[in-house]
Design a protein around this ligand. Structure first.
Ligand code: DGL
Length: 274
């Protein structure tokens, strides 16, 4: 048993899709969330910059005495690589292996699509993770750089014409290849899941990387006897490097509810001091 909090971070709000699932699966756990909203998006940046930001994010989360760190960001997970499973003495998971494992177990025709940011797709990280489990599978990736700005700017209605057009543009190569499983390899994408599902059709299974890493973390904590024994509802505490008001306003779409915890600002000066 371990009553320390679970630390979750992302370049922005996308990692809240993991928090939403953690709250559902293990409601008694305390969660510390950090969103680097002042520096989002990470996905269009170079590898060295993303690694440096990730190092600072992890150092900030570690200050809160957490029992596990979740990189709920496809971009950070991709530059760190799927081999990374621990951070010193703290359990660690990115989104690659959890999403890859699920995709490998649900595909029937052996064709898996992966969509993510430029950095994620260029790294080939999901393909490597999938082939480490099932080398015979075909993986087809496509980067979708406009998805994050669409989500961040609220173009999220199922029938939004702009989003529908962009979805068609990015996903038509994957549809043509006949993938039967599609990994939403960026934690922002579940917010436009319905539009993606409408375009891909009901025979394609969509996999949310944020949800999968939450399930993976739950299993990892359970197997290692690290779940809390607290019987009361846990607390969520949020930190953002940008405006607290904006975080509160926009978090709703990712959590499916109004925000359920205190939000604090972390200055960039503090982050770069790590
Ligand atoms: N949530 C990030 C991810 O999962 C995407 C946003 C970004 O580019 O920073 O890749």
């Amino acid at each position: 048993m371990n009553n320390n909090a679970i630390g979750v971070f992302d370049s922005g709000l996308g990692g809240l899709t993991c928090v939403k699932e953690l709250n559902k699966l293990i409601p008694n756990e305390n969660i510390i969330y950090f969103g680097d909203n002042a520096r989002v998006p990470y996905g269009a940046r170079g590898k060295e910059t993303i690694l440096e930001y990730a190092r600072q994010d992890i150092a900030f989360i570690k200050k809160h005495n957490v029992k596990m760190i979740i990189a709920a960001c496809g971009t950070v997970s991709s530059v760190l690589g799927s081999g990374k499973t621990s951070d010193g003495d703290i359990a660690f998971s990115g989104v690659l292996l959890p999403a890859a494992q699920t995709a490998c177990s649900v595909t029937k025709n052996g064709k898996i699509g992966v969509i993510g940011t430029d950095a994620t797709i260029k790294s080939g990280s999901y393909g490597k993770a999938i082939r480490s489990i099932r080398p015979e599978l075909t993986v087809i990736g496509n980067s979708c750089p406009l998805f994050v700005p669409l989500v961040e700017n609220g173009f999220t209605d199922r029938d939004n014409p702009v989003t529908k057009l962009v979805v068609e543009q990015y996903l038509s190569p994957l549809k043509k290849e006949g993938v039967d499983t599609l990994i939403l390899g960026c934690t922002h994408y579940p917010i436009i899941r319905d539009t993606i599902a409408d375009y891909m059709g009901e025979n394609v299974t969509l996999i949310s990387s944020g949800e999968e890493v939450a399930k993976y973390a739950y299993n990892m904590l359970m197997r290692n006897d690290m779940l809390t024994d607290g019987e009361e509802a846990g607390t969520n505490t949020y930190y953002t490097s940008d405006s607290v008001e904006l975080f509160e306003e926009n978090a709703h779409a990712f959590l499916g509810n109004s925000i359920n915890g205190k939000i604090y600002k972390v200055g960039i000066d503090e982050l770069i001091s790590y």
